[in-house]
Design a protein around this ligand. Sequence first.
Ligand code: TUI
Length: 311
Amino acid sequence: MNKVCEILGTEYPIIQGAMAWIAEGNLASAVSNGGGLGIIAAGGRDAEWLRAEIRRTRELTDKPFGVNIMLLAPNVDELMDVVCEEKVAVVTTGAGNPGKYIPKLKEAGIKVIPVVANVTLAIRVARAGADAIVAEGTEAGGHIGETTTMALVPQMVDAVDCPVIAAGGIADGRGIAAAYMLGADGVQIGTRFLVADECIVHPGYKGAILKAKDSSTVATGRSTGHPVRVIKNKLAKKILRLEAENADEEQINQLCTGTLAAAVRDGDADNGNIMSGQIAGLVKKEQPAAEIIEEMFKEAADVFASRKGII
Ligand code: TUI
């Protein structure tokens, strides 16, 4: 059996990406019911919301699902308490080193899968007891590192003993097959699930993903040391201009205030912060989450078969 399926308790070795203010019970349960691991994103939420959402998700699926905790959040300790009390199956983390929380999570019987963007941090979290690690390349949406998935995955596979799950730039069976070839045992996919029927993000956000082409994303925030990949719209261009002019961080932060809500809740494709991976150009239709998963893994198997004679 696939090592990642064994850890996650799923039919397919796929984790849904955590998308702040977007990934909640509807999408998480749909992905889990489709045989993957659905994720509730706790970033920006409070402990009460998270507890209620975990309980609501349990009513929508009897399959395992996980919670993502963004480590830059001011209420990380409280969110960690909630996932331990509720004994969710899996916790993924982002934007930092979850090392100090790992013993407590494992004591609660929770599998811990940090999402990391470089090998140094991967080695640290592996030593701290991570069950698996998501190697997230710079092609991914949201907060990103510098290294591509193609370069990051094999280097991480060589550096750690636990299974590696590839993320960033994967949205179909070819991407899954490629990740396996690099030594990954599973994939994390965000962008394609943005247009899942069960994803509650505003249709304007979905439209921006469906309209995107290969060159439609850009990383803002490089000047502040926190690059974030988004759709290159009016807002992103304004931020890039300010960064080029060495505007102070406060001014940029002010411009960004409320823009994630504008994208997620109001679907403002011009002035909203539309986080997306580079692979958005490949995402062309809205489908149920379960159909997305089944289609991608069938395609991965077909790709393996059709390329058999290549070497
Ligand atoms: O965390 C993510 N993706 C995210 S978090 C997020 S919310 C947010 N929004 C705006 C600004 C900041 C956060 C949206 N998307 N992926 C995992 C990830 N971790 N990507 C990059 C990193 C990372 C980068 C540098 C983690 C640690 C780090 O430096 C510390 C170290 O020890 O290397």
